[in-house]
Write a protein that binds this ligand. Structure first.
Ligand code: 2AM
Length: 224
C-alpha cells in the first residue's frame, strides 16, 4: 500500500527481491576477492589505505546494512524539495508495488564506495526525477553531468567505506562516467571473467560487464 500522504518515506526506489539480493551479494563479493589479488590493483593500494605497503581486504572494507536497491527519489520523509510532488505523480502511484527488472551493466570501486551501475529502461526513467542526477554534485562537475544521458546516476550501493554515506555512490559513478568521456581515456588494465576492468586514477575502478545482469526488483519505498 502507498504510504499516507502526510508521512512521506525516506526514499522511493527499486528493491531487489531477496533471492536476487543473495545472488548479487555473492557474485559481487567474488569480484572484490579477485580484484584485491590483481597486481594492477595492488599497485594502487595506497589510494585505499594511505600506505602503499598495507594490504586491504575489500570484503571487510565495504559495509552495507541496507536492503539492495536503486534509489529513484530521496524524500527524507518530505523534507526534500519536490518530494510531495513526486509522491503524488500518477506514475509513482501506479508503479508502487509492481515488479520490474533492473539491468546492471557495470561495477564501480573507489576508496569510498562499491556500487553497481544500472541502465534504466524508458519505462523506469518515468520514475526518475529530472533533477536526480545533479543532487550533491560539486559545481565543477555539473556541466559534465548535464552532458550525460538522464538517469546516468542510477545505481545500487553495494557497500561503503567506514564513515561514508550511500549518497557518495552516485557522485563517484558520475565522476567515473565523466572521466570516461574525457580526453584522458580510462586505461584498460585487465580482462576479467565478468568483463573489462579499467582504472581512472585516484583509486577509481570500473568494470564494464560483458553481459548485463538482470535483477528482479519491485518499485517501493523505504523508511527507517
Ligand atoms: P544510495 O542510493 O546511493 O545508496 C538512504 O540513505 C538511501 O537514500 C541510500 O540508498 C542513499 O544513497 C540515498 N540517499 C541518501 N541521501 C541522499 C540524497 N541526499 N540524495 C539522494 N539520495 C540519497
Amino acid at each position: 500500500e502507498q504510504p499516507k500522504e502526510s508521512v512521506l518515506p525516506m526514499f522511493y526506489g527499486w528493491f531487489l527481491l531477496s533471492e536476487v539480493e543473495e545472488k548479487i551479494k555473492c557474485s559481487t563479493m567474488e569480484f572484490l576477492k579477485n580484484l584485491d589479488t590483481l597486481e594492477a590493483f595492488k599497485k594502487h593500494i595506497g589510494e585505499f589505505t594511505g600506505d602503499a605497503d598495507k594490504e586491504v581486504d575489500l570484503e571487510q572494507y565495504f559495509q552495507n546494512k541496507m536492503p539492495l536497491h536503486c534509489t529513484s527519489m530521496f524524500c527524507d520523509y518530505g523534507k526534500v524539495e519536490g518530494a510531495k510532488e513526486y509522491a503524488e505523480l500518477q506514475v509513482v502511484k501506479d508503479s508502487y508495488g509492481t515488479a520490474t527488472e533492473l539491468s546492471v551493466v557495470g561495477l564501480i570501486v573507489t576508496p569510498r564506495v562499491f556500487g553497481a551501475r544500472v541502465a534504466l529502461t524508458p519505462e523506469q526513467l518515468l520514475l526518475w526525477p529530472a533533477e536526480a542526477d545533479k543532487v550533491g554534485i560539486p559545481p565543477a562537475d555539473l556541466p559534465g553531468v548535464q552532458a550525460l544521458p538522464v538517469g546516468s546516476r542510477a545505481h545500487v550501493t553495494l557497500g561503503c567505506a567506514e564513515g561514508v554515506e550511500g549518497i557518495q555512490t552516485g557522485i563517484d559513478l558520475l565522476e567515473i562516467l565523466i572521466l570516461q568521456q574525457g580526453d584522458e581515456k580510462a586505461a584498460i588494465v585487465e580482462e576479467m571473467e565478468l568483463g573489462t576492468l579499467s582504472y581512472l586514477g585516484q583509486g577509481r575502478w570500473y568494470l564494464a560487464l560483458r553481459e548485463p545482469v538482470t535483477c528482479d526488483a519491485e518499485f517501493s519505498s523505504f523508511s527507517k
